[in-house]
Design a protein around this ligand. Structure first.
Ligand code: GCU
Length: 668
């Protein structure tokens, strides 16, 4: 089990030498001063982790009566009487870890408002131990910035997973509700270890059956397994459910029968799952039903569901992923439909916006909706599963991508604001499935990890998160850390380079979204055709989104819009997203656009070649099974990076009539 990646970053490898003796002195006993189901999880995890790392689990004690106890205490516990903990800084889910003296003994105190913080604090302590950091003089306070940190599973009821590349769905519907799969406990542990506190169990392309009694019983079992790890369950709700499973002739959100049906449905769900989180809804998008079918607005639809959930404290998460075939520029539609509704959503509605204006491409500029709806709660949705970045075989660490979007300056609602400042929640489309390694590849585990860490702290650094993950997943040997972290840090840029450099997007094969197909021009919907996005011709390449084109730039704050509209100021990474540029135009690099495009495609391939060499150099330093798997996938990635480069350059050359620059090898 250890060698196939099943244990994720919770490997708890044995500690040796002086560090072990030192750790044993600080982790000799465990005192749970404030018992609760979550504190029990924390206790069990500490015993498991410390036992594995130090070869000796801490002894359970009722009180601190010797040196080296770890004390879990919630605010109000008499054991905290002599300690000053700033409750305001802890918030609902934060924790303090402090080296203290209690009853004359040295102890490590984990304090929190309740079991949630105790759990997160315990994982934080275990993380330090896994990273071989000293435990002797701790004084840490940490709390999540966002209250909702959620994985969205696109899992169907037949256990297939939309855009999933890691086996089947984790939810074993056929054996539920009586079967409690231990794997779900491990799934919940992994999430708790990074602070993820919610999961949407089913696909946004919904099936209303999940809302019927037999399925809700199954959902209740899963919710029961996630609860002790601080996670709440949400469900995707199909807007037409009142017709499909309710026997009503309509799903019009203003129809009293429809409203009554959803209220009763909410009551039924809460009877089965008392801490149910709420609904996620994809409405009037890609053929899904929604309020617009009845000439109502997104706000009408969302508020109707919000009203049904409100008495139970539930939340509606309403997605802003919408686009129609004939609007001239797909990138503009979400903003056009949603921004005018700002202020019209009920308090328990969160509008969930994808990071970019189109669809999880290897690189997109941030969506102009961030910061533009100051009277609404807005969530950032990212894709942890790599639909457009080479599925599970290509190595692409997405921490850098999310850091890029979180740090992007929106300058709204106030000057200087960044995307991270505008958020109420973060959601990640999950990449977990039944594969032994959970995520389809060893390295894709890092994306799950990074998503959780950034949702906890949107100002976190992608590099430090990568380092944490490497230390826990591959080992603390500096030769490993120094080799793997840089490889991860450059990996997403490599994918951008060999797939869609310089702000290009949506060049992938139709429907499966794997491999290059920039030439496709004959799909029924114009906005599904790659040619719609790159607009390459004899004159140049790129989508003019300035005032002379679709004017999508006008959806950004004025100062941001001015920069994006300026071909010289927009920056190479977003150049062809916002501009149609002649092939002979010269970039700051000194190269013409055409030469730069060739250069970037080549650079992407070269980076993958280097990644392979780096990884080969680590043979013998990590276990052979995981090494071989990652090596095999890197070989696939190199082959497919060449495929992308050669196919795209051959196509763009045929359109542009430009020669390959001197010194460039023709595709081999
Ligand atoms: C993409 C993806 C679909 C998914 C959709 C969504 O278009 O290819 O499979 O349903 O995003 O986010 O709703």
């Amino acid at each position: 089990q250890a060698e196939d990646g099943y244990r994720l970053w919770l490997r708890y490898e044995p500690v040796s030498g002086a560090v072990r003796s030192e750790n044993r002195r600080t982790a000799a006993a465990l005192v749970v001063a404030s018992p609760s189901p979550l504190a029990r999880s924390a206790h069990d995890e500490l015993r498991r982790g410390i036992g594995q790392m130090l070869g000796r689990a801490p002894a359970d004690r009722a009180t601190v009566d010797r040196d080296g106890a770890i004390l879990l205490a919630a605010l109000g516990s008499p054991m905290l009487a002599r300690t000053s903990i700033d409750a305001a800084r802890l918030g609902a889910e934060g924790y303090a870890i402090r080296s203290v003296r209690l009853n004359g003994h040295a102890a490590t105190l984990i304090a929190a408002r309740d079991g949630r913080g105790l759990l997160y604090g315990s994982f934080a302590l275990l993380r330090r131990m896994q990273m071989r950091q000293p435990l002797g003089k701790l004084d840490i306070v940490d709390a999540p910035r966002l209250p909702l940190r959620m994985l969205d599973h696109w899992d169907n009821l037949d256990r297939s997973v939309e855009r999933g590349y890691a086996g089947q769905s984790l939810w074993d519907w056929q054996r539920l509700p009586l079967w409690r799969d231990p794997r779900i406990d491990d799934y919940a542990r992994a999430n708790a270890s990074v602070g993820i506190n919610a999961a949407v169990l089913n696909n946004v392309n919904g099936n209303a059956d999940i809302l019927t009694a037999p399925w809700l019983a199954k959902v209740a079992t899963i919710a029961g397994q996630l609860r002790p790890w601080g996670m709440r369950v949400f469900l995707s709700a199909r807007f037409s459910a009142p017709r499909e499973i309710g026997g009503l002739p309509t799903a019009d959100p203003l129809d009293p029968r429809v409203r009554a049906w959803w209220k009763a449905k909410a009551d039924e769900i809460y009877a089965a799952v008392p801490d149910f989180g709420g609904f996620l809804v994809k409405a009037n998008s890609e053929g899904q039903p929604g309020p617009q079918d009845y000439h109502r607005t997104h706000a009408d639809g969302a508020n109707m569901l919000a009203e049904a959930l409100a008495p139970h404290g539930g939340t509606v998460i309403w997605r802003a992923f919408v686009y129609a075939p004939d609007n001239g520029d797909r990138a503009k539609q979400a903003f056009a439909e949603f921004q005018p509704l700002d202020g019209r959503f009920a308090r328990n509605v969160i509008v969930q916006v994808k990071n970019g204006p189109i669809d999880f491409q290897p690189r997109e500029p941030f969506s102009p909706l961030f910061g533009a709806m100051p009277r609404s709660r807005v969530a950032l949705e990212v894709q942890v599963t790599k639909e457009y970045l080479g599925f599970a075989t290509h190595l692409a660490y997405l921490g850098t991508m999310w850091e890029e979007v979180l740090r992007s300056r929106t300058d709204r609602p106030v000057a200087g604001a960044r995307v991270a400042d505008t958020l109420a929640a973060m959601a990640g489309v999950a990449n977990a499935g039944t594969d032994r390694n959970w995520s389809g590849s060893q390295f894709d585990q890092a994306n799950w990890y990074a998503f959780g860490r950034l949702a906890w702290n949107p100002d976190g650094s992608a590099r430090s998160i990568a380092e944490e993950w490497v230390r826990m997943t591959w080992g603390n040997d500096p030769r490993l850390v120094d080799a793997i972290v840089p490889m991860m840090m450059g990996s997403r840029q490599a994918v951008v380079d060999y797939m869609t450099p310089l702000g290009l997007a949506h060049l992938m094969g139709t429907s499966h979204h794997y491999g290059p197909a920039p030439w496709v021009a004959d799909l029924a919907r114009p906005d599904w055709n790659p040619v719609y996005y790159h607009r390459a011709g004899r004159d140049g390449i790129g989508f003019d989104r300035t005032a002379t084109g679709s004017n999508a730039v006008a959806q950004y704050a004025p100062e941001v819009a001015r920069r994006l509209a300026d071909r010289a100021a927009v920056g190479d990474d977003a150049l062809l997203w916002f501009h149609h540029v002649p092939w002979t135009w010269r970039l700051d690099t000194g190269r013409t656009l055409w030469a730069e495009l060739v250069h970037r495609y080549d650079r992407g391939v070269a980076t993958v070649v280097r990644m392979r060499a780096t990884w080969d150099g680590l043979r013998g330093r990590v276990d052979p099974h995981r090494h071989a798997e990652a090596a095999a996938f890197l070989a696939i990635q190199e082959q497919e990076a060449r495929w992308w480069r050669d196919a795209c350059l051959a196509y763009f050359q045929s359109v542009s009539g430009q020669p390959l620059p001197a010194g460039t090898r023709p595709p081999a």
